[in-house]
Design a protein around this ligand. Structure first.
Ligand SMILES: CC(C)(COP(=O)(O)OP(=O)(O)OC[C@H]1O[C@@H](n2cnc3c(N)ncnc32)[C@H](O)[C@@H]1OP(=O)(O)O)[C@@H](O)C(=O)NCCC(=O)NCCS
Length: 237
């Protein structure tokens, strides 16, 4: 079983957004910011206006949206010198300011965002997931893993590997959707490489649009962070 490199930080509700780089590689001109928030009380601080789709959302959904936007705004400030809250498209993809691309994720009262220059990157994805229990892994294995992936794990339920593959594919979706502008599902990619230093890759199993053909290898990074697993994809131009 792969062991993800770990990065620890005490989390306190209401923490301001904090810049981190939990992966054991260079920063690559990107900024990553995280925030612990309360699902009931939000995260305080300056908050973005809610998009119309969320005006009637439950408090938990509003809180995660605000927390993700606060992380994104701080990451944008670090990149460009000026904070800005990304908007939300009808397809739910974030609308980034001119010259910026990035991605947002939230899970169990932790939000995270990563941004980089759109001149340097054509796709950025991030995903944060609480480490799965065996039961949770059993519930998502059939949906998130292909038959090949299940076979390569000996058809056993492996909570870490299931979470890793699920998270990497969500990062992949966020990185490629803004370019291909179409939905693609968990059978569109398979884990194709993995090492214990937190570097791994996915291989596309189908043509998903544009230059993204079946067989293309897409590297990703992963690490553990305060009981979470964080995957990240950055596709350079
Ligand atoms: C959208 C999706 C990827 C993640 O949503 P989630 O489960 O709520 O998980 P996360 O918290 O990690 O991510 C949510 C954020 O993703 C971003 N997002 C949503 N849709 C997006 C899209 N089409 N493109 C890029 N980013 C998107 C948003 O910023 C969203 O947060 P917000 O609504 O508060 O702004 C997931 O729900 C989904 O639809 N998955 C199916 C597609 C897929 O993963 N395919 C696998 C391909 S191999």
């Amino acid at each position: 079983m792969a062991v993800a490199p770990a990065f620890h930080r005490e989390a306190v509700s209401g923490d301001p957004p904090e810049a981190i780089w939990p992966w054991p590689d260079g920063r690559c001109d990107c900024h990553c910011v995280t925030l612990h928030y309360s699902a009931d009380e939000g995260c305080g601080g300056r908050v973005p206006p809610l998009p119309p789709q969320l005006l009637r959302a439950v408090p938990r959904r509003k809180a995660e949206f605000v927390a993700g936007r606060r992380c994104a705004a701080e990451a944008i400030r670090r990149l460009t010198g000026r904070a800005a809250f990304p908007g939300m498209g009808e397809d739910r993809a974030p609308i980034w300011p001119e010259g910026v691309i990035g991605a947002i994720s939230h899970s169990h009262e932790r939000a995270i965002a990563i941004v980089g220059s759109s001149e340097r990157f054509c796709g950025i994805g991030i995903d944060i997931e609480r480490l799965l229990t065996a039961e949770e892994a059993g519930d998502i294995t059939a949906q998130a893993l292909t038959a090949n992936e299940r076979h390569s794990l000996g058809n056993d339920i492996d909570p870490f590997m299931t979470g890793l593959i699920f998270s990497a594919k969500e990062s992949l979706f966020k990185a490629l959707y803004p370019t291909v502008k179409r939905f693609f599902f968990f059978d569109a990619a398979e884990l194709s490489g993995l090492d214990d230093n937190g570097s791994a890759s996915l291989r596309l199993t189908a043509d998903i649009g544009g230059e993204w053909h079946r067989g293309t290898e897409i590297p990703f990074r992963f690490c553990r962070f305060d009981g979470f697993l964080v995957t990240r994809i950055m596709i350079g131009r």
